[in-house]
Write a protein that binds this ligand. Structure first.
Ligand code: ATP
Length: 310
């Protein structure tokens, strides 16, 4: 275990009766890193994260979080982490600053109030009653409360679920601010674009095991092939003779996968020019992280559903 790791996990296991929710997960998250755990419903994300938080007991494996074994539930450990749950019960009649202040009072070395408010972007709502906050602002207050004790490590569970696009962007800015301030962040999300924008590294968990891990760019490179698509007028399909892997839709639309599309495009356009054909709607598309994710997790939902049934 390296000393600059915030989280080290070896062969983590957890079952609920016959359901193996986590089956041999290894993880290493460096200090200062933003790590996103992605996976379909029932993949085991919450179970794994709650074990790291000290909220759930494991059946097997080694876990070190900031040098502590979370299963011991030491006070010193809880003071060093911050947890943002999907719902927190903040007193609705308090003002924003008062609510944060209340939580700061629980810690020996709280983060300065102004710094927290600035970091989560609630300066304009400082004196507003909690019950009058929008959903997105409420969520930022939840993060503010998790920051009250100045944690070194923050757990963020689906930070933008239910947000409108503008609120999501603001929440992303907030996570970036957190990262700049040196905090380590472990977040779970269902949104690929979120992982792509925020995470230094992504772990994809399916049926209780990590099936892929790396930076968003590394994961996208797992599916390097580009898709080239175009349409041809009726009677011009002969220009594709001898090109392998052409899929036609029967209505003049064609699609091809290519590791190096430059070469393929050269071949296609040369042939089209020579034959006087037009490659209508010619497009070259690179896979998104979502495409890679869907490829890795396809069938997992169905499997998880079947397993969950008695
Ligand atoms: P989601 O994205 O839906 O939140 P998840 O990836 O967080 O899913 P978990 O909540 O960890 O997945 O669930 C993993 C598996 O363990 C599922 O099959 C789930 O039904 C089961 N499970 C979770 N908690 C319990 C529990 N307390 N008792 C029994 N089974 C559970």
């Amino acid at each position: 275990m390296t000393s600059d790791a915030a989280i080290t996990v070896r062969d983590l296991r957890k079952s609920y009766g016959a359901i193996e929710a986590v089956r041999g997960v290894d993880l290493e998250i460096a200090r200062g890193e933003v790590y996103a755990l992605l996976g379909p419903n029932g993949a085991g994300k919450t179970t794994a994260v709650e074990i790291l938080e000290g909220h759930r007991e494991r059946d097997g494996g080694e876990v070190s979080v900031l040098g502590h074994d979370p299963a011991r539930r030491e006070h010193a450990f809880r003071e060093r982490i911050g947890i943002v749950l999907q719902t927190t019960g903040v007193e609705p009649y308090l003002k924003v600053a008062e609510a944060i202040e209340q939580y700061r009072g629980y810690y020996p070395h709280p983060r300065p109030l102004d710094e927290i408010i600035e970091l989560v972007g609630l300066s304009g709502q400082r004196d507003q009653r909690v019950r009058k906050l929008s959903g997105g602002q409420q969520r930022r207050l939840d993060v503010a409360i998790a920051l009250a004790g100045d944690p070194e490590l923050l757990f963020l569970d689906e930070p933008t679920t239910g947000f409108d696009p503008a609120a999501r962007r603001q929440a992303w800015d907030m996570v970036r601010n957190l990262r700049s301030s040196g905090a380590t962040v472990l977040l779970t999300t269902h949104y690929m674009d979120e992982a792509e924008h925020l995470a230094d590294r992504v772990g994809v968990i399916v049926n209780g095991a990590i099936v892929a891990e790396g930076s968003p760019a590394e994961l996208m490179a797992l599916s390097a092939a580009a898709t080239v698509s175009f349409r041809l007028p009726e009677g011009h399909a002969a220009i594709l003779d001898g090109i392998e892997g052409v899929r036609g839709d029967g209505h003049g639309g064609y699609e091809l996968r290519a590791d190096s599309p430059t070469e393929l495009l050269h071949e296609l356009t040369s042939r089209a020019l020579a034959a006087g054909s037009e490659l209508d709607e010619l497009r070259v598309e690179r896979p998104t992280l979502e495409d890679v994710y869907l490829g890795l997790t396809s069938g997992a939902d169905r499997e998880a559903d079947t397993e969950a049934r008695p």
